[in-house]
Design a protein around this ligand. Structure first.
Ligand code: HEC
Ligand code: HEC
Length: 607
């Protein structure tokens, strides 16, 4: 009896002791993403996104010799050609580009850039830095000596990475997403573009990637200055995804661009017939340009190829015609790439230093070190950047959401169609509401607070949609605990402040738009009431398409709608203006002036 009581008391004490640890959800992660190596190969700088630091790592030993704090999430870094300065993009609605003196490790300048600055690149003379402002859809041209932005050049949609040619004449900027309508009545390809900027005139050219490309993550220009490589997915979104194998849904590829001609010349896959290379992230090459490396963030691998092979006859003559008929064209069953499994999770940034390649393992707070000279056996080592992270439920969910290794044959992750928990801008025929009526991908933001899920509300909640996603889109049978973790991650997503806001506030035009939105005459708030901007109900708003089987669609939230084009359940409108002017959405015979429409659009885009 006493013994039993004792057990009970001990259990209660145990719970009390464990409780704070389990409940506090202390998230002290480093989150290493981007990295850059000094030319002499002796130092590595690692942008730790979560801890808001740049770690300086001494090579080859791997000791962290300094942790340099930065004012906001460090998203990218680059060294000046003389190696004297380190430039770090720190992302915020008003981003800062921080310049460190390498010798002293001290910050010497802070330069203002746009919304969510990332992917910096520097010209060969070290005078100009180009920074992608992801949510302003443009590129800041920064004069380093003057310590200020000289001009902005327009990109297309979510520019996230840049590279400069060795002659300094061209900057290539990779845009993450396509900017097109995707419904049946579209004409032309659906593709994100690489924006080429002439550095003297700042004129731009759009270089198209293949139809169905999305999730572009990086661009790298080979030292010959002739070819550039772009990592992305190739989505077979027009095919019904009733199976996954052999690249049926998403393939994982590198596209090759001819820099001078400003055009894409080939697309080479990394997948193998029975094993996808889910979610390629960064691409880099050796200083002599002879070898190319790609981090495979979802399959936790490093892909390696000889450049000659990547640009060679076999790849071009054999694979490109195959691409027309079958998506698995690129590998013909056997990948041309050497695929090296990495010890940690979520490799993103890659850098070459000496004879080794380093990959930043985002979820493991570590660097994978790959000695590519070692052809046989295990060429991989690890550098811990801090203590082994203890993953909270939310963090585990973030990892799983980006993890292609929970998918059958590692073809894709949830993030393949929902990059950063948002949208790939494509339509998919997910079969949960019949066949032949494709739907535009939905954002995960607020999904759990806005039931039911899916455009037709066919899933009663986001929880149900998460579980069916694992089963029917990743073709996997996974423990319930993983779905619970994914829920926790998705619930934690926070809206990014709209680029339309000025100092976090509505502009005067948006303020006028807000009044119209909730006026008795226009009354958008009947169906899109605050705070979620949805009444959680389905309505017939005259948007039924030829292939649809119903008239009523679930009312979507309008929060962050500025980043989720194209619009409506079938992605037929690329702008809010089209939706209101051509689509006459929500207007019920009310006529608005041009000014009123502009105001309304500005308000909606500010949410
Ligand atoms: C092949 C692309 C694709 C993949 C992979 C994918 N999704 Fe989706 N997801 C979609 C599309 C398309 C929709 C919208 C479908 C509709 O409206 O009928 C959607 C909708 C959802 C929704 C409903 C959101 C809402 O507010 O209604 C959730 C939740 C979701 N997905 C979670 C996931 C999770 C979790 C994974 C990984 C297990 C995943 N998805 C993988 C394409 C995909
Ligand atoms: C009668 C209810 C109703 C009213 C009134 C209404 N909406 Fe909607 N709204 C919807 C529904 C339902 C959808 C989804 C339709 C679809 O997907 O085909 C939608 C979609 C949208 C979208 C596209 C969102 C996306 O992610 O694709 C925007 C933007 C929008 N509405 C703004 C407005 C504005 C602005 C007004 C006022 C002028 C308004 N709505 C009035 C019900 C309404």
């Amino acid at each position: 009896m006493i013994l039993r009581q004792y057990h009970k008391i001990a259990a209660i004490i145990g719970i009390l002791i464990l409780w704070p640890a389990a409940g506090a959800d202390a998230e002290e992660y480093l989150g290493p993403g981007a990295l850059v190596a000094s030319k002499d190969g002796k130092t590595l700088y690692v942008a730790c996104a979560d801890s808001r630091q740049v770690a300086r790592v001494a090579l080859p030993g791997g000791r962290v010799t300094r942790r340099m704090p930065v004012p906001a999430e460090p998203t990218g870094l680059v060294l000046t050609p003389d190696g004297a300065k380190l430039i770090v993009t720190c992302a915020a609605p008003k981003s800062t580009v921080v310049v460190f003196d390498v010798a002293s490790g001290e910050q010497v300048a802070a330069i203002r850039a746009g919304h969510t600055a990332m992917g910096p690149a520097i010209g060969p003379d070290g005078r100009r830095v180009y920074v992608c402002n992801r949510f302003d859809n443009d590129v800041s041209v920064i004069d380093l000596a003057a310590g200020r932005e000289v001009t902005r050049v327009a990109a297309v949609r979510e520019p996230i990475a840049a590279a400069v040619t060795p002659d300094g004449r061209t900057v290539l900027v990779a845009n993450l997403l396509p900017d097109a309508r995707v419904d049946e009545d579209r004409d032309g390809d659906v593709t994100p573009v690489v924006t080429a900027i002439d550095t003297r005139t700042h004129e731009t050219t759009a270089i198209e990637l293949p139809h169905g490309a999305n999730g572009v993550r990086d661009v790298c220009i080979l030292p010959d200055g002739k070819h550039a490589l772009v990592t992305h997915l190739l989505s077979n979104f027009e095919r019904t995804p009733f199976q996954l194998v052999s690249g049926w849904i998403n393939t994982n590829v590198v596209s090759v661009i001819d820099v001078q001609q400003r055009k894409m010349i080939s697309t080479i896959g990394m997948d193998e017939y029975y094993q996808g290379a889910g979610n390629p992230w960064e691409v880099t090459c050796t200083p002599d340009g002879k070898r190319v490396f790609v981090s495979i963030s979802g399959a936790h691998e490093l892909c390696v190829i000889d450049t000659a092979e990547l640009l060679g006859e076999y790849a071009n003559r054999t694979m490109q015609p195959m691409m027309q008929v079958w998506p698995i064209y690129p590998s013909l069953g056997v990948s041309l790439w050497r695929r090296i499994g990495l010890p940690g999770k979520g490799p993103r940034g890659v850098a070459v230093a000496g004879s080794k390649v380093y990959a930043a393992e985002f979820f493991s707070d570590a660097l994978a070190v790959v000695d590519v000279q070692v052809e046989e056996g295990d060429p991989v080592d690890t550098i811990a950047l801090g203590p082994t992270p203890q993953l909270t439920l939310r963090r585990r969910g973030e990892l799983l959401f980006h993890d292609a290794s929970i998918c059958y044959q590692t073809w894709q992750s949830c993030a393949s169609c929902h990059p950063d928990g948002r949208v790939d801008s494509l339509n998919w025929d997910l079969l949960n509401d019949g066949q032949g009526n494709s739907k535009n991908t939905k954002s995960m933001l607020l999904a759990h607070r806005t039931p039911p899920a899916m455009a037709l509300g066919v899933r009663e909640s986001a929880e149900v949609a998460v579980r069916s996603g694992i089963e029917h889109i990743l073709f996997a049978d996974r423990p319930e605990a993983e779905a619970v973790a994914i829920d926790a991650y998705l619930k934690s997503l926070e809206p990014v402040p709209s680029p339309q806001l000025v100092d976090g506030r509505l502009t005067a035009a948006a303020e006028r738009g807000r009044k119209l939105f909730k006026s008795d005459r226009v009354a958008c708030h009947r169906c899109h009431p605050r705070p979620l901007y949805t009444d959680l109900k389905a309505h017939n708003v005259g948007t039924r398409g030829r292939r649809d089987t119903v008239d009523r669609f679930d009312t979507p939230t309008l929060i962050e709608v500025w980043r989720t084009a194209p619009y409506l359940h079938d992605g037929r409108c690329t702008t809010i203006e089209q939706l209101i002017v051509a689509g006459r959405h929500g207007l019920r015979g009310v006529d608005l002036s041009k000014q009123q429409i502009d105001d309304l659009v500005e308000f909606v885009l500010s949410l």
